[in-house]
Design a protein. Structure first.
Length: 235
């Protein structure tokens, strides 16, 4: 199904949602993007509920829902008819509407996500930020988190050992080798370039520094940020 036809279909589906379930939804949009799953190959995110504004109690939360046409197209059967597209779109829309209601009910999660978004903005602007802010975002898998459009993959590394071949990470079912910058020490934020199925935002490998007793007396080290080119292992 073409993008324009899919957008028209979603607009019609949105009109069928009862008003009480759309309370606080400022927009239901369609994006041309394909959003690959960070771990599993051949899996894509079909939709997303994005919290926008709220005053403090969650009841007045405003959210935006986005359905990703590129993800639907990547998963659709070659001869899938309009009814199949409509069924999947409705299921996805209903799923994201439930997310909106869950956000409204869980004020603690909203506060944590708001804070993570602010810290991620500071990271993008080159400003100081908390080195574990991403853990307050959405957890996609063990050690994998999402804040806004950016995905953070947490990997442990012992800086006392030789760098050798660097780190190995999995992205969308493929394995990649991540080089370690010379002289770099944790905590590290390594923004990856060269992934075969990149997301809408950044993919960042986070190498946290292991806590130690000496942390009580010594000054905390700043966060090192690098952009590194990855090498596919399974190519």
């Amino acid at each position: 199904m073409k993008f324009a036809d899919f957008r028209t279909m979603v607009d019609h589906l949105a009109g069928d949602v009862p008003p009480e379930f759309r309370d606080g939804i400022v927009a239901i949009e369609v994006s041309p993007k394909a959003v690959p799953d960070p771990v599993r190959g051949g899996v894509y995110t079909l939709g997303e509920c994005i919290p926008l504004e709220w005053s403090g109690n969650g009841a007045d939360l405003q959210s935006r829902i986005v359905l990703y046409h590129g993800s639907f197209a990547a998963l659709a059967r070659p001869r899938a008819g309009e009814s199949e597209w409509r069924h999947e779109a409705w299921d996805t829309l209903a799923h994201e509407l439930r997310h909106h209601l869950e956000w409204r009910a869980n004020v603690g999660a909203l506060e944590a996500y708001d804070w993570a978004t602010e810290q991620n903005f500071a990271r993008g602007e080159g400003q100081p930020f908390d080195p574990v802010f991403y853990r307050s975002g959405e957890q996609l898998a063990a050690g994998v988190y999402k804040v806004d459009d950016d995905v953070f993959i947490e990997k442990n590394w012992d800086g006392r050992r030789g760098r050798g071949d660097g780190l190995e990470v999995t992205w969308h079912g493929g394995r990649y080798r991540v080089p370690m910058p010379p002289g770099a020490q944790p905590p590290l934020f390594l923004t990856l370039e060269g992934l075969l199925a990149p997301p809408a935002g950044d993919v960042v490998v986070v190498v946290p520094r292991r806590p130690a007793l000496w942390d009580l007396w010594r000054r905390r080290r700043g966060v090192a940020r690098h952009v590194v080119a990855v090498e596919p292992i399974d190519a």
